[in-house]
Design a protein around this ligand. Structure first.
Ligand code: GLA
Length: 378
């Protein structure tokens, strides 16, 4: 079920409550991973796996959130004084961080009741937390009558993730959640923050969870980012975006970043030309670079990518941070489920994991939505 059903959310409020509704999607990244924090290029597509928030004001200076999927009710002070690390249940730490970021930016946060539902699989590399941050921040900004402009929303959401998790993630996920476009991928320049929607050819987007939870992602992510910054400093460039292939020939970490940036641009060019063999080759080169040079893949992800391509995918690669989670594949239209059915049997047998596949439809970035005339949209 791609988009959460609003009825169970509505049922948590008193009958007739005037609700406002906000949604934000998860994303796959078609190519361009671990480039965002090097001021490089990415190409995400927002998909029909979304966070939906129903919001109503309350007048006691508390922000209270209930999740339909995760246990417990989180409650934090609207003045930003709640320490994320002190919140139970643990997922409520992100709520405290969101409120803390908004107040730190001089925004008044109103008391609010929020009910949240999500169809973005958690911890799988599809940006479930960015979708949560963007939807909740949009709700709080709207209730305050003071919505954040899109780029401010991106940075506040990213900063709340840093505040809650300590992971120095880039802007890819939040930029996608805010600026994504249906039927398009989003070419993202992480230096200028310019975006360009790129028409997608009629291919299926197949997303396969490897069955391997992301392991090591938190500590290793920070280590890779630090290695990139050290390499840029050594080379005397502002960011690895500015390095040449010659400069990084002997440094696998930096080489991944420089070669991946180049692949993103080539991939966009191949999309324009409907050049499927080039799309496939670039996805496989990207995966190999993430695996061999950047060392964020796992044997299971490598196996899954190989099997998907052996069974007819145009191309496949890990998507997101790596260390487990999801693979994205492109297939001829209508072929995705057949490719998955043929590839996942041998994958299950050889990995002893339980994978899960779905065909993604691209959707627009975050928005306020209404479901009936009783809902109030500004
Ligand atoms: C995670 C981070 C992003 C990005 C990707 C890898 O999703 O949140 O900022 O770095 O990993 O491309």
């Amino acid at each position: 079920m791609p988009t959460p059903d609003p009825d169970p959310l509505r049922a948590r409020f008193p009958a007739g409550a005037a609700l406002r509704w906000f949604r934000a999607p998860g994303r796959v990244n078609l190519i361009g991973d671990h480039t965002d924090y090097n001021e490089g290029f990415c190409l995400p597509a927002t998909i029909d796996r979304e966070v939906l928030v129903a919001a109503a004001p309350r007048d006691d200076g508390r922000v209270r959130a209930e999740s339909l999927e995760l246990d417990g009710v989180a409650e934090v002070a609207a003045d930003g004084s709640t320490d994320p690390a002190a919140v139970e249940p643990r997922w409520g730490g992100l709520l405290a961080a969101i409120v803390g970021e908004l107040t730190a930016r001089g925004r008044a946060v109103p008391g609010a009741d929020l009910v949240v539902a999500s169809t973005v699989p958690v911890g799988s590399g599809l940006s479930s937390s960015a979708a949560f941050e963007v939807a909740v921040m949009s709700a709080l900004g709207a209730l305050a009558g003071d919505p954040l402009p899109p780029h401010d929303l991106v940075f506040a959401a990213q900063a709340s993730e840093h505040r809650a998790t300590g992971v120095p993630s880039g802007v890819l996920d939040q930029m996608a959640a805010v600026h994504g476009r249906a039927r398009h991928a989003l070419l993202l320049d992480c230096r200028t923050l310019r975006t360009a929607p790129v028409d997608l050819p009629p291919l299926d987007i197949l997303v396969v969870h490897s069955g391997l939870p992301r392991v090591l992602a938190f500590s290793e992510y920070g280590a890779r980012r630090a290695a990139c910054e050290a390499a840029a400093q050594r080379l005397g460039v502002a960011a690895l975006r500015d390095a040449t292939m010659e400069q990084v020939a002997d440094d696998p970490i930096a080489r991944h970043v420089v070669s991946e940036n180049r692949r993103v641009i080539e991939f966009v060019d191949a999309l324009w030309r409907d050049d499927l063999p080039t799309l496939g080759r670039l996805m496989l080169e990207s995966h190999a670079s993430l695996s061999d040079d950047y060392r964020v893949s796992t044997p299971e992800l490598d196996l899954l990518v190989g099997l998907l391509v052996d069974h007819g995918a145009v191309g496949a690669r890990l998507t997101g941070a790596g260390f487990g989670g999801c693979v994205v594949a492109l297939t001829a239209p209508g072929d995705a489920l057949g490719v998955a059915a043929n590839a996942l049997g041998p994958y299950r047998a050889r990995s002893e994991l339980v994978p899960n596949a779905f065909v993604a439809t691209t959707v627009d970035g975050a928005s306020e939505v209404t479901f009936d005339r009783g809902d109030r949209a500004s």
